[in-house]
Design a protein. Sequence first.
Length: 248
Amino acid sequence: METRSVRLPVPGHDATLEVVRHGSWGRPVLLFPSEAGGAHDAEGNGMLDAVRWLVDEGRVSLFCVDSLDAWSWSNRDLPTEERAHRAGVYAAWVSEQVLPHVVAETGGDSEVVTVGVSLGAYHAVHTTLQRADVAPVAIGLSGNYDPTTWNGWGELGDATYFANPSAYVANMEGDHLDWVRSRASILLVVGQGPFEESPTRALSSTRAFADLLTRRGIRHELDVWGHDSAHDWPWWHRQLAHHLPRFV
């Protein structure tokens, strides 16, 4: 398996974040790590091994990215609105740097699938809802899709609203909603076991977000696993290995 790494500039900042590519062929899959994780986490935590056969067969090329969570959503010293402003910097990096890089690397022959675990599930789904023109399929594993529930404080403003799928999807209408309905397809997966509700609220948030997508008529699937399915890497391995093959 060929592995290559690049660092891409963060818009408006004197910083770079890493993108690691595994494989040379197949549908591009943009993989976000768990909270405050990095581009090497997929390999270090066994996620790459869980879908290695798809990479080896040339069906998938994984693009694993750094997060910026420690500076944004995970920084509890900051009010939610400032965290959201900083999260917008990361979203701009994904949209303006990572997605064009993935398209250039793969020739644009196949549309991107976004995948994320835990807080990374939020990033995957948010990216698809914002950039369904390039990345129309999202797979969120054990996600919470309402950033206002993430130990937040302070007054909320536009930055939080536009970073919160649970808020902006509820108000989509007109041509924009029609476009999202025509392009986006979202798979939400969550377990009912340890840490899927407390403290992550992943189970209740995933169910609530699936209900919202139903009300807005946005194509999606909800797959709730059993009471043994925990908020942890071994279960995310199984879930991704179970679902990804049908998208590639």
